[in-house]
Design a protein. Sequence first.
Length: 151
Amino acid sequence: MPRSFSLQPLLDLMQERTDEATRRLGQLIAAEQNAKTRLQMLEQYRAEYADRLREASREGLTPLALRNYQDFLARIDQAIEQQTAAVRHTAQETAHGQAAWNAQNKQLKAIDALSHRHDERERQREGKLEQKLQDEFSARKYSLSDPPDND
């Protein structure tokens, strides 16, 4: 009977931690993509609003309307700055999550390699034991079927 891997509880724990790091990394990547999408939307909206301002300027604007356009563009620019900072922050978080996942995965692979070595040694031990039993069986069979010569 094969002996159990003595580090199996540690292997199970490392697998759970790696799974959790994988889930966390997925969440971080999704948050980063979401932040980038928001930034792109803001930049696109700013470009569209700037186009509206240029078109309205061609048709003629009152000073108050021009001021409203400029104020709104300034608020959009501020939102873009904030979102750019959010994108940088989420990118850093994703990089940290990637590093944590890499470290956790490395630990898992190390314990998993030990487990595979253990399994291989157990297969070899079982094979040797089975071969020994086969040899003993053959030796008994031969000794019972071939009585010694008494000349």
